[in-house]
Design a protein around this ligand. Sequence first.
Ligand SMILES: *Cc1c(COP(=O)(O)O)cnc(C)c1O
Length: 382
Amino acid sequence: MNYIPFSRPEIGDEEVAEVVDTLRGGWLTMGPKTERFEAAFAEYVCARHAVAVASCTAALQLSLAAAGIGPGDEVITSPMTFVSTANVVVHLGATPVFVDIAPGTLNIDHTRIERAITARTKAIVPVHFAGQACEMDAILDVARRHGLRVIEDAAHAVGAEYDGARVGSIGDATCFSFYATKNLTTGEGGMIATDDEELAQKARILRFHGISSDAWKRYSKEGSQHWEAVFVGYKENMTDIQASIGLHQLRKLDRMIERRAEIAEAYDQELKDVVEVPARLPNRRHAHHLYVVQADNRDKVREDLAQAGVGTGIHFRAVHLHAIYRERYGLRPGGFPEAGAASDRVLSLPLFPSLSGDDIRRVTEAVRRVILTQGRPWSNCG
Ligand SMILES: *Cc1c(COP(=O)(O)O)cnc(C)c1O
C-alpha cells in the first residue's frame, strides 16, 4: 500500500522546461526572470510592488527592517505560527509580543490586540492561518488609531481574499512563502507585496547587501561599474532558477486552489461527525493551504495514521511553548490558553492538488477508524 504524504509539490513540464532554459541561458541568479515573476505576482495580488526574496522568513525580516523596526520596539503577533515569524523580530533586536488566537479559529484574536499595545509597539504581524485571512478591517483600524504598521505573514495565503480584496493588497506589506510544501512553490523562496514605494525600494536594497543597484544590472551592458553600499544589508535575494518555477506555478495557482477547496469540502463532509473540522470564516476566499483537524490524543492518532499509510503534519507547536521563547521571555504554557490547547490538538491531513479520489477516501476512512478506535476506553490508556 502506497504512503500518502501530507504534502506533494505540483511540478509540471512547463516548470522543468523553464528551469532548463534558465540553466542554458547564462544567467542563473536574480535577473530578468525574477523581474518577470515579480511583475506577474504583483499583478496577481493587486499590489504596486513585489520584491522577490529567498524565503518568507527573509520577506518578514526585510519588511520589518524596511519599516524601521529595530532595537527596543515591540511587534505584536500570534503564538500560533511557525517560529520564524517571531525569530525575525528577535533578530532585529525587537521583542515579539504574543496575543492569543480567537476561540474556534487559529487566527489572532483581534479583540485582544489593543490591550497588548504599549508605547514601544511599532507593528502588528497577523498570520493568515491555513490560508484563511485574519479580521483585517479590525486589525487595520486598531493599527491606524495607534500609528502601527501592519506586516502580514501570508505564508499560507497566496490567492486568499478578504472582503473581496486579495491578500497582498491589504496591509502595509505582505509576506509570502514559496517553500516546498506551500501552495505555490519555487523550492525555497518568498515575496514581499506592498503599495509602499519607499518600503519596496528599501527592501530591494536590503535583500542584496545594502547595495543600491542589482548585480545583473551592474554586469549588463548598460550597468554602471560603480556601486555603493547604502545600508548594512543582507543576502536574501531570489534566483532566476527559482523564478522560472514560480512563473509557471503562478499560472496554475487558481486551478490548484480550486482543487484544494474540493478536497477540503470532501474532508468536511466525511469527517465532521468524528473530529473537530476547521472553522470557515465568512466573506473570504480560503487558499486551503492546510486542512487542520483538532483531536484528543493527537500524537497517538498521528502514529496510527502513519501506520495506515497516511502522512500528517503538525502546524504548529505554539511559539511560546518552545524552549528558547519560554526561557528568554519567561512565557508560561498557560499564558495563551487557546493557542496552548490548539498546539496539543492540531493535525494537518494530506492536502495537495494531485490527491486522487481514492487517496481522499483512504484518508477519511483511516481518520474515522483511528478516531473511533481511540474513543473506546480499552484503547484510550495512553
Ligand atoms: C512556512 C512559514 C513561514 C516561513 O516561510 P519560509 O519561506 O520557509 O521562510 C513563516 N510563517 C508561516 C506561518 C509559515 O507557515
